[in-house]
Design a protein around this ligand. Structure first.
Ligand code: SF4
Length: 126
C-alpha cells in the first residue's frame, strides 16, 4: 500500500465512523416511532391462548350460554374485566378506542384487555 492509498483508506474509514451515529439515530427513530404509533396492544380474541380461556372483548358477545353462570354472587352480565381481580385498574388507558388495562393472567402476555371483556378466568375483585 502506497502513501496515497493509505490516506484514502483512512479517509474512508473516518467517514464511515462519522456516519455511524447518524445511521444509529435513524434506526432508533424508525423503531421508536413504530413502537409509539403502535400504542398499547390489546389481546386478540382470536389468539390461540385467548381462545383457550374464551376471551371476548364484550361480555355481551359471549355465545356459549353454558359459561354464563353467576360466580361469587355476581351475575354473568356484571362479570366484566373491569370488575375482575386480574384487571390492572391503575394502568387503565385507551387502546383501539376501548377502555383497557393489562390483565395479570398469563394468557394475556402483558397485553391489554377490554374493560367490557370477559374470560373464563374471571374472578370477583376483592
Ligand atoms: S382474567 Fe379477568 S381481566 Fe383478565 S381477561 Fe379474564 S376476565 Fe378479563
Amino acid at each position: 500500500m502506497n502513501r496515497r492509498s493509505f490516506f484514502q483508506s483512512v479517509g474512508t474509514l473516518i467517514g464511515a465512523i462519522a456516519l455511524l451515529p447518524v445511521v444509529g439515530r435513524a434506526e432508533g427513530r424508525r423503531g421508536g416511532s413504530t413502537a409509539a404509533a403502535a400504542g398499547p396492544q390489546l389481546v386478540d380474541p382470536k389468539d390461540r391462548q385467548a381462545l383457550s380461556v374464551n376471551y371476548v372483548e364484550l361480555n355481551t358477545t359471549l355465545k356459549d350460554k353454558a359459561l354464563q353462570n353467576p360466580r361469587s354472587g355476581v351475575q354473568f352480565k356484571d362479570q366484566k374485566c373491569k370488575a375482575c381481580a386480574f384487571y390492572q385498574h391503575d394502568k387503565e388507558t385507551s387502546a383501539a378506542g376501548k377502555k383497557a388495562a393489562p390483565c395479570q393472567m398469563p394468557f394475556a402476555g402483558g397485553k391489554m384487555v377490554s374493560a367490557e371483556g370477559w374470560c373464563s378466568s374471571w374472578a370477583k375483585k376483592a
